[in-house]
Design a protein around this ligand. Structure first.
Ligand SMILES: [Zn+2]
Length: 499
């Protein structure tokens, strides 16, 4: 049995449609569609790359954001050099075992071809390319592995246009390299192909713009070349095809600068923990704050300065020595499987825009960063950002629709168990028995509501979660502002502000 996993970056499953994505629609009909499939948190590409590689959440793999603080400095996860330097230090890069490492340890091969950032590519096949497995990063195929097959294959293609947006020729190259590789070498046990669209175009135009629809159609056309090969040949040879995305997308409805807000409020903050500041922050859809020496009083003051703002969503903090969250009225980071030694002291998602404006579109969210209003964004805890594609096809899989909760971290255990390989102890996902042909039809668990809330006199913050098969699945988040009527009693019917 062999696996070919094709990741279509940022594809939100509700964008599938017979006219725009005919190949994915056809695969849904003949294969198995996981309709409650979600990403890990935060729903950022480098975190998802690590989740896909390890079958674990950031609490285990340690890539707690696209950018994070480690060993006292800010690490940009898109930079391979930054990751490799971190890897040479105490603590390493990933603190969980990857599928690439398991395959290599058992003499099996992995092929990776991708057009995402260099750092994301490195993370998605971490432990594989270091051992000499074939790895083509399309922007510079010499970067990751030096095998003769890679050189022979890559040298026959011209250089790609640098930083192509939309990345039409770039994603075509991923598929071209796959077929070129197949003419020169045998298909390994696991192949991971990562197409950086439609994500790039969603970040430029949003999801509904004609160009976004065109590029999605092109993504489907490129995927369709693999699907056609699989239908004609791969399926008969026992190849299991998986089409997946790493996260969904919301739309930037309003922008905010949390750094400016904190500075105006008198705090000394910066993007790095330099001697002249008391705290470092990273901000996109999730804002992370690291306070010097984990100073509890300063963190609490910052929380109070932030928590009244309409854009302040659900907040999390590390556990203090006594096990309670470091900041009162926040949830523990472990509630979203994100507590790690590298975690920020205080993390919060920016709210949905409907929190402050009932007329805002349902997927509009607050955002802190360089992208403009109206385009796609992800990273937070909204259902639109968490929602991810997963379609499975092949003789190892059942067909139809599986409506049980599944997540990106479930793919590694499912694939490894199908290959009869051991699961690393760091795996947090589960084997998706409901998807596997040789397992009992085992919807044997009940889906339990495992949502968690924390409330102060002013607001209630909730993370919607489900428990299934002893695993937690994230569904969304909400903030309910508790009105303070004149008589001092909280409003009996608080307004639902953020879902
Ligand atoms: Zn992504």
């Amino acid at each position: 049995m062999k696996f070919v996993i094709v990741v279509l970056d940022g594809l939100r499953p509700d964008q599938l449609d017979e006219a725009v994505t005919p190949n994915l629609a056809e695969m849904s009909k003949i294969g198995l569609r996981l309709v409650r499939h979600t990403s890990s948190f935060p729903s950022e590409t480098r975190v998802s790359s690590a989740a896909l590689a390890t079958g674990a959440h950031s609490s285990a793999h340690g890539i707690i954001g696209n950018r994070f603080l480690a060993n006292g400095r800010s690490i940009d996860g898109s930079s391979l050099a930054a990751l490799v330097t971190l890897g040479s230090e105490r603590g390493g890069v990933l603190t969980a075992t990857t599928i690439g490492e398991v395959l290599a340890a058992h003499g099996r091969a992995m092929l990776s071809i991708g057009s995402q950032s260099q750092g994301s590519f490195g993370l998605s096949s971490w432990g594989s390319w270091q051992t000499g497995a074939a790895a083509f990063w399309v922007h510079d195929p010499s970067k990751f592995s030096s095998t003769a097959a890679v050189h022979r294959t890559a040298s026959s293609f011209p250089l790609l246009p640098p930083d192509e947006r939309p990345a039409r020729a770039t994603i075509e190259r991923v598929v071209d390299l796959f077929f070129s590789f197949l003419t020169k070498a045998a298909l390994p046990e696991v192949s991971l192909l990562w197409l950086s669209e439609p994500d790039i175009t969603y970040h430029m135009f949003g999801l509904q713009h004609p160009t976004a629809r065109e590029v999605l159609h092109e993504v489907d056309r490129q995927f369709g070349r693999i699907f056609a090969w699989w239908s004609e040949k791969g399926e008969r040879e026992g190849v299991q095809l998986i089409a997946a995305s790493d996260h969904g997308h919301a739309i930037i409805g309003e922008k905010v600068s949390v750094l400016n807000h904190l500075q105006r409020s008198g705090f000394k903050v910066g993007y790095e923990l330099t001697p002249d500041v008391d705290a470092a922050i990273t901000a996109q859809r999730v804002v992370n704050i690291w306070v010097r020496d984990r100073e509890g009083r300063l963190l609490t003051e910052m929380y109070h300065s932030l928590s009244e703002e309409p854009w302040f969503g659900v907040a999390f903090s590390r556990k203090a020595a006594d096990g309670s969250p470091l900041v009162a009225n926040t949830l523990p980071l472990s509630a979203v499987m994100a507590e790690h030694q590298r975690s920020a002291d205080l993390s919060f998602v920016l709210a949905d825009c409907s929190a402050a404006n009932r007329n805002a579109p349902p997927d509009a969210v607050y955002y802190d960063g360089a992208y403009p209003i109206g385009v796609g964004m992800h990273g937070g805890l909204s259902a639109n950002e968490l929602s991810s594609l997963c379609i499975l096809a092949g003789n190892g899989f059942k067909t139809g629709v599986a409506a049980v909760p599944t997540s990106i971290v479930d793919l590694v255990p499912t694939i490894l168990s199908s290959l009869r390989l051991p699961l690393p102890s760091t795996v947090q996902g589960r084997i998706i028995d409901e998807a596997l042909q040789d397992r009992e039809d085992s919807s044997q668990y009940d889906v339990e509501d495992a949502s968690v809330s924390v409330a102060s006199s002013a607001r209630r913050a909730t993370v919607f979660r489900e428990r299934y098969g002893q695993r937690l699945y994230l569904r969304g988040a909400a903030v309910t502002r508790l009105a303070q009527p004149k008589n001092g009693r909280p409003d009996a019917n608080p307004t639902q502000l953020n879902t």
